[in-house]
Write a protein that binds this ligand. Structure first.
Ligand code: ADP
Ligand code: ZN
Length: 436
């Protein structure tokens, strides 16, 4: 039978019930981090607040924010709230200086993660009878193993393909008869185009739904993916610091993502003042973990911009819905699902001895993100023969590939040719028109 909800009692709970879970979870977690994470104890002492002061959900606002910088400063394990004996998995995500953020999970954390991904899969119509094709990357990146756990949790058949080698993806999809596809939306588009080129009739394939996230995408892109692959395409949101994919998931109404409020509290704040803004008003998304054991963050500022609504959804789920993230408060780019900060690229260029006149040009060609690094050379280098210059371009590209894990085209340009700005330098030109 096609189950509509994975955990009906949770997903359709009353607001009062959700708030009771949230208050209990918050009190427990605040006590936990106060006792076990020195950074939180210090911050709370400075703010003059103790775990006993958390008496209502509104008291959340008395707690200090956590930033990505805090995670870098305590790298690698300073924010862990359990001894390593209890940690059963590590994942990582990129930081602004190339230093990664490391997060840990206990056995129980992994179970919760599987549960929330199972909710997303069930909402997309997945059942035990389905074969779920996971083309998110496996490894330290949370995408692959996150969805993988969800598929196992519902008892469906997981096909752990990981990312890359599109020809092979397509062969597997056709031969194995994949029913549900999980990957980034841009990769879904790419697969769709390749199928089209190969003249495959997608309506004859069993594939009927996809769960796509980890990067921004538009309604227009959803329409195209749905039409080309002949499927329903669902959004999923998450971030490594909080859990990975599944923090919020879309239902059949495809109208905002339900936040798993029995595990996370979402707040939308004015990034300038830190004050909460009402439903429907755009602001920075902030999450607090209320059931996590190994790596519970309180009021983590995601730097994603979004809005929420408490209006009840037609699907019957009562969890608050968040919009697709509409942008970032920082300069992080997401290129082929990989988080890239311009400062990481700048560090490489400076290390290799180049003056910091550069520009990053991001585009989407054949539905795949491209990155070009335009770099000015000095007059002296400019007179070198072309073969030497192309060697330099290759060298920089290799260095970027090994640091960031993504391919970039490096183009050396004439001295003085990058337009100087009178204000803030224009470092990034993003031709991808992603937001509606
Ligand atoms: P992920 O595995 O989800 O990519 P990362 O920690 O690498 O986790 O990146 C998290 C960031 O990715 C989020 O803060 C957000 O900017 C972006 N992101 C994740 N899911 C979505 C989504 N569905 N739509 C838009 N952006 C997303
Ligand atoms: Zn819904």
């Amino acid at each position: 039978m096609n189950k509509k909800y994975r955990n009906e009692d949770r997903e359709t709970a009353s607001r009062e019930q959700i708030e009771r879970w949230q208050l209990e979870g918050l009190q427990r977690t605040v006590r936990r981090v106060y006792e076990r994470v020195p950074l939180y104890r210090e911050r709370m002492d400075d703010a003059g607040v103790t775990p006993d002061d958390i008496k209502t959900l509104d008291d959340l606002r008395r707690l200090p924010f956590t930033s990505k910088k805090d995670l870098r400063d305590t790298y690698p394990y300073g924010m862990f709230a359990v001894p390593m004996e209890e940690v059963v998995r590590l994942h990582a995500s990129s930081g602004t200086t190339g230093k990664q953020i490391v997060v840990g999970y206990t056995r129980h954390d992994l179970e919760v993660w599987s549960d929330i991904c199972a909710r997303a899969l069930t909402a997309a119509g997945a059942t035990r009878a389905d074969k779920v094709h996971v083309s998110y990357g496996y490894g330290l990146f949370t995408g692959g193993l996150g969805l993988h756990g969800g598929v196992e949790r519902i008892g469906a058949t997981v096909i752990p393909v990981s990312s890359g080698n599109t020809a092979r993806q397509i062969t597997i999809m056709r031969d194995f008869g994949s029913d549900i596809l999980c990957c980034t939306p841009s990769y879904a588009m790419y697969i769709a185009e390749e199928l089209e080129k190969a003249g495959v009739d997608t309506s004859a394939m069993p594939l009927r739904a996809g769960i796509f996230g980890a990067e921004p995408w538009t309604e227009e892109m959803r329409r195209q993916i749905e039409q080309k692959l002949n499927i329903r395409a669902y959004d999923i949101y998450g971030l490594t610091e909080i859990m990975g994919p599944g923090v919020a998931y879309e239902c059949e109404c495809q109208h905002g993502m339900h936040v798993n409020e029995d595990h996370f509290i979402i707040e939308i704040i004015d990034p300038a003042t830190g004050e909460p803004v009402p439903d429907g008003v755009q602001g920075e998304i902030v999450f607090s973990c209320i059931t996590k054991e190994a790596f519970p963050l309180i009021r983590f500022r995601t730097k994603d911009i979004g809005v929420i609504t408490h209006e009840i959804c037609e699907c019957g789920r009562t969890f608050v819905r968040m919009s697709k993230p509409r942008g970032r408060t920082d300069d992080m780019l997401i290129i082929r699902g990989v988080n890239v900060f311009p400062s990481q690229i700048e560090t490489v260029l400076l290390r290799l001895g180049f003056a910091p006149n550069y520009q990053l040009v991001v585009d989407r060609v054949n539905n795949l993100d491209t990155l070009e690094v335009r770099l000015e050379i000095t007059p002296a280098t400019f007179n070198d023969v072309t073969t030497v210059l192309s060697g330099v371009e290759r060298g920089i590209a290799e260095e970027l590939k090994s640091l960031l894990g993504i391919s970039a085209k490096v183009t050396l340009v004439a001295p003085g040719s990058i337009v100087r700005s009178e204000g803030k330098a224009v470092r990034v030109i993003d031709h991808r028109k992603l937001l509606d």
